[in-house]
Ligand binder design. Structure first.
Ligand code: NAD
Length: 289
């Protein structure tokens, strides 16, 4: 046989060996999840859904009181533990994974959900705004995913990493260059890591929500007031307003985002990686800002 044929044989032997060690997806009841920003809003709903499906959950948030409250809602220390972590801090991230190993013996499902929204028009966006937004969402989720990959590859059981990105990762967000650019960074991390970690059975996917007003600290903390002013509606009517502009005429709630995380990690989407699922009742499809 010639050199090319030899190379082909070696290549396929290698590919077959990879396939043989590729771990099969496992049910959530056997799994250990770490959810960042789980002390509030969408992250809280994701923690609830994963726990309801039987997973052990590490509720990780820089807001200690929020994290502890959610861990308490999920049951005792056999089900959930709270960990204080600021995702801009490498040491704290490592410590959060160590806490997960100590509490439950591993981590094989990580959700990058922690986020803030600094939403200003271009000319009002300071360099410090850009840096802060990217430190938490772009750099923070990179650091969390890197630690997740380190732990998951050592375990050899595969796993899932899910990014809660945004419709604004793909479409131009309204007057929020720093936020939308950081979300676009997250979206590309999904594709890059799906490619790099696929051979270890680690799937990396994203969920792109939009208009989750109820329960969201981001909306309550100024973004809601700003949007209400832009659209000329009362802030307490913003949820209904968002619902009316969707194709489905339905309000998107935190649990709808959690449903997508479940579909990707514990549902039937076992052969999906590198994908972003919109959870926006059709806003992105209709190209609505
Ligand atoms: P939220 O404020 O209720 O939740 C965000 C959580 O992240 C909070 O508990 C906060 O303490 C935590 N957090 C912030 N900075 C952190 C840090 N440095 N380290 C650790 N934790 C930190 O808001 P939410 O609406 O539930 O948002 C959750 C995620 O969903 C965010 O990434 C957000 O960008 C994304 N998202 C939300 C919407 C929406 O409509 N609400 C739409 C698209 C994307």
């Amino acid at each position: 046989i010639d050199e090319a044929e030899k190379f082909r044989i070696e290549y396929w032997e290698l590919e077959e060996a990879k396939l043989r060690r590729m771990p099969a997806p496992r049910p959530l009841a056997t799994r250990i999840a770490l959810v960042t920003g789980a002390g509030s809003g969408i992250g809280r709903a994701i923690a609830h859904r994963l726990a309801a499906e039987g997973a052990c959950v590490v509720v990780a948030d820089r807001d200690t009181a929020g994290a502890e409250a959610v861990a308490g809602e999920l049951g005792g220390p056999d089900t959930a533990v709270a960990v204080t972590v600021d995702v801009t801090d490498e040491e704290q991230i490592r410590a959060a994974f160590d806490a997960a190993l100590l509490a439950f013996g591993g981590v094989d499902l990580v959700v990058n959900n922690a986020g803030i929204s600094i939403s200003k028009p271009l000319l009002e966006t300071a360099a410090a705004d850009w840096d802060r937004q990217h430190a938490i969402m772009a750099r923070g989720s990179f650091l969390v995913s890197r630690e997740a990959a380190r732990v998951m590859t050592a375990q050899g059981l595969g796993g899932d990493i899910v990014y809660i990105a945004s419709k604004n990762a793909v479409f131009a967000g309204p007057n929020n260059i720093a936020y939308s650019a950081a979300k676009a960074d997250q979206a590309h991390q999904v594709r890059l890591l799906a490619a790099e970690l696929g051979g270890d059975g680690i799937r990396v996917n994203g969920v792109n929500p939009d208009g989750v007003v109820r329960g969201s600290g981001i909306f309550a903390g100024g973004w809601g007031a700003q949007r209400a002013a832009v659209y000329g509606v009362a802030e307490d009517k913003l949820g209904e307003f968002y619902a009316q502009r969707t194709l489905l005429k339905r309000e998107v709630l935190p649990e709808h985002v959690a449903n997508a995380v479940f579909a990707l990690t514990g549902g039937d989407l076992t052969h999906t990686t590198g994908l972003h699922i919109p959870v926006d009742a059709g806003v992105a499809a209709a190209f609505l800002r």
